[in-house]
Design a binder for this molecule. Structure first.
Ligand code: SF4
Ligand code: SF4
Length: 542
């Protein structure tokens, strides 16, 4: 019951925060990685274990491994050492984390989450800590500290909201990434991250879909679109010499509501006659390596450039995804690039040069489509979305890591007649996370997901009550997978859709038959589906 989850204890805990003991209670933690997945990836200490066990079967020299791992990373990542040294504990970040807001657990304050590892850094890597120990803020590294790290570094979605408010620019997500990297060294990882990594190695996508099933999915989507539009639609797969390689998250061709976003992309491509191909090998833009280690990011990301090279395309276009864009925008160019074999992206339809993608050679679908609309290349009938009163959830990574704030809004305002923003301290750079990113979107972790998602849901509830909002648009595969449950639990009566689903609904295609349904197959002509009565303040205004 929502009321029960809202009963949170907000008075400070009585014990010392340095006590690392945590309780692995059902619903608030993720299960450990299966040995077969670790073996597949060649990661250490594959074994059967469970976080509730008292013996985690750590390697005998686990302490040395962790401290050496820290030493290596302090040398390798200047930001890590800086973040360990410069926090002044001003607490500007303290109440900015959705997990702290939803759980009231002080160790979910970003400052304290970082302190869990910083205290070990002080004890072993600073002179004062080595001499004065706890008096200098140091903590001994014990097995209980490892369990505490596991608990709290897998209660951080690496969303980076806290970093927006830190006057020193400390990025707690990066500290979490290092924390998880260290835990990986001794085999303390979660299956919901490691299995998608392993699947990606095996089949090229997180879901483990084999190439023939990938082709079946594409054929199914093409057939369905042909039925909806009356047009002959084909989806080129692994086509050498195409101008553009299109890469999307695998959920787009295997999940719902993601699938309607896929239909939306394909309709745009058909309408403008784009010379493109998809790839069964680079059939995954998402990269769970971001939640594993820098090395894993690099290993999984490599296939995108390799496939672009093999297919001899000019540049790459990417679909609606969240963390995929953080990897592509912030890591790909230096990890696996520079992709000098590709050309700086230019829209073949409008001639726009995407200067921002000159280095990565990869353009976001929202930039591409917004540019088409801006140049009048798409005919749109926004009344086809009149049954929806839409708000937009800025997915953390496109918003905070890329600054992709205006393009999705520009599209939405052109394809919907009823668009309403959530309160400004909950959107754009300050957007609240869905609460399920970074590999935490598992069923066993549902209570913590609902707690972490509470601030986002609360803002949606506000616009639902004020404007009658009944659709939450977003541009992230994880959002599309996890926001429906969040909406059902905290809000009710709000559905979730991709931006390109709404675009596909509104797109008037050349030569297409008259549309009677939207992409979900709902009747467009029924009185009940178009022009629902206005509610709340809007009704008073119009
Ligand atoms: S806002 Fe920055 S400096 Fe202040 S406590 Fe948080 S991490 Fe430390
Ligand atoms: S990155 Fe996000 S989830 Fe992690 S501590 Fe900061 S606000 Fe919380």
């Amino acid at each position: 019951m929502p009321e029960k989850l809202l009963q949170i204890e907000s008075s400070p805990p009585k014990g010392d925060w340095r006590d690392p003991k945590v309780e692995f209670r059902k619903g608030v933690f993720c299960y450990s990685a299966l040995p077969k997945n670790l073996n597949y990836l060649g990661l250490p200490n594959a074994r059967e274990w469970h976080p509730v066990d008292s013996d985690w079967k750590l390697p005998p020299d686990w302490k040395r491994i962790i401290l050496e791992g820290m030493k290596d990373r302090l040398k390798k990542y200047r930001s890590f050492r800086l973040f360990m040294d410069i926090c002044v504990r001003c607490a500007a970040c303290a109440d900015k984390c959705h997990f702290f807001i939803g759980s009231s657990d002080p160790k979910n304050m970003p400052v304290l989450r970082a302190e869990l590892i910083r205290s070990v850094y002080r004890r072993y890597f600073t002179l004062t800590g080595r001499i004065f120990g706890s008096l200098a803020g140091g903590r001994e590294l014990t097995e209980d500290v490892i369990k505490e790290w596991f608990y709290y570094f897998y209660q951080c979605t690496e969303c980076r909201r806290c970093s927006v408010f830190c006057p020193y620019g400390i990025d707690t997500a990066e500290i979490t990434m290092i924390g998880r990297e260290l835990l990986n060294l001794i085999g303390c990882n979660i299956n919901w991250v490691i299995e998608p990594d392993a699947n990606c190695f095996r089949t090229g996508n997180h879901l483990g879909i084999q190439p023939h099933a990938f082709k079946d999915s594409m054929d199914f989507a093409a057939d369905e679109l042909s039925e909806i539009t009356g047009l002959d639609i084909e989806i080129p797969i692994n086509r050498k010499g195409a101008e553009i390689l299109f890469v999307m998250p695998s959920a787009d061709y295997f999940g719902e509501p993601h699938y309607y976003t896929l239909l939306g992309y394909l309709m745009v491509f058909k309408e403008i006659g784009l010379d493109y191909t998809v790839s069964a090998f680079a059939g995954e833009g998402g990269n769970f390596g971001l939640f594993t280690s820098h090395e894993m990011i690099k290993r999984l990301n490599a296939k995108v450039y390799e496939e672009a090279k093999r297919l001899r395309v000019k540049w790459i276009l990417g679909g609606e995804c969240g963390h995929m864009w953080r990897v592509l925008h912030q890591y790909m160019d230096t990890m696996n690039g520079p992709a000098d074999f590709l050309e700086p992206p230019v829209s073949p339809i409008t001639g726009t040069r995407f200067e921002n993608a000159r280095s990565t050679k990869m353009v976001h679908i929202a930039e591409f489509t917004a540019d088409l609309i801006y140049h009048g290349k798409l005919k749109l009938d926004p009344s086809r979305n009149d049954r929806w009163r839409v708000t937009y959830h800025d997915s953390c990574n496109p918003a905070r890591a890329m600054g992709l704030l205006e393009e999705p809004r520009y599209i939405l305002k052109n394809v919907c007649n009823h668009f309403y923003e959530m309160p400004e301290n909950t959107i754009r750079e300050q957007t609240f996370c869905c609460g399920s990113g970074a590999g935490l979107g598992t069923d066993e972790n549902l209570e913590m997901r609902l707690r972490g998602g509470f601030p986002r849901a609360n803002a949606v509830k506000y616009v639902k009550e004020k404007h009658g909002v009944n659709l939450l648009a977003c541009m992230c595969a994880i959002d599309k997978a996890t926001l429906p449950a969040l909406m059902d639990y905290w809000v009710g009566g709000v559905e979730v859709a991709g931006v390109h689903e709404l675009l596909g609904n509104a797109l008037v295609m050349t030569g297409a038959k008259e549309r009677t349904t939207d992409l979900r197959g709902d009747d467009l002509r029924g009185e009940d589906l178009r022009g629902e009565p206005l509610v709340g303040e809007e009704a008073a205004h119009e």
